[in-house]
Ligand binder design. Sequence first.
Ligand SMILES: C[S@@+](CC[C@H](N)C(=O)[O-])C[C@H]1O[C@@H](n2cnc3c(N)ncnc32)[C@H](O)[C@@H]1O
Length: 300
Amino acid sequence: MTKIEPPPRICDYEGSNYRTEFWENKGRDYEDRVERMALRRLLPKKGERLLEIGAGFGRLTDEYHAYEQVVLLDYSLSQLQYAREHWGSSERYIYVAADAYKLPFKPGVFDGATMIRVIHHMASVRTVLAQVRRVLSPEAIFILEHANKRNLKALMRYSSKKQSWNPNDLEPVEFVELNFDFHPEYIRQELQAAGFSVERRLPVSFFRLNSIKKVVHSSVLAGMDGLVQVTGALYAPSVFVKAAAGEHGVSNLKAASILACPDCGGDLERNSDHMICHRDHRRWAIRGGIYDFKAPIEDE
Ligand SMILES: C[S@@+](CC[C@H](N)C(=O)[O-])C[C@H]1O[C@@H](n2cnc3c(N)ncnc32)[C@H](O)[C@@H]1O
């Protein structure tokens, strides 16, 4: 008998105060600045359709102006509701509540994707990267940020025996439930296994220490971080990777509809306030302008 693997666990942000408790007036201006700087360095000058996976409340959405259309995907409806209130509803922005392990899209419908501060919540890197590759067209660009286990602080703590796990081991470390740090080489190998080639890597957030942030203005620190980024010395707590999808697969950038059933991949048809799958007949709600693929509508 074949063993059925349980689905990967999800770090659920539904109803969380992530925006107000983590970002707004929480002394993270420096982190926000340097992440934007890295994105500007890595994003292409022009593109058709970008998928942001784990977009949260849309913190970085304004960085994607080079793309004609942006799809914000997150597992949390409440994060997306805020994003939609902020960025509005138009042909340009599409909001999708779904699990990144089961992306509700046809193959090859995006020529760009980003995933920032998300993969550290992923228990199965392999599953999510295979999904991202599937929905990208040949030669598309994927920008992935990951928490770096081989950062300077971890290396020093390990060498002074204040930390038990070895930052040089390739395996991810789960330091708190569903919070992983990754070795840059592990991520490179997993990207390659999924059909990507790594084009560039930037060390980011090198000065992420409260003691430094208290005394040096965020704009000065960000300038210094910008210099460290170009050295490529991957010892910062965060790494931004620019990867290119290989030449195999299909380009569906001109598809009339990009959505597909997350359970069976079937075509979907809109029916007033929901989508219905032609193949398995599951129905998926559209709530306040957000496509909700978290769970199908229950039959009465
Ligand atoms: C730390 S927040 C980052 C949000 C945004 N990328 C940013 O940098 O501001 C992580 C986000 O990943 C989302 N997330 C976690 N697991 C997910 C999954 N399996 N599928 C889709 N989104 C997921 C959470 O809902 C949350 O909004």
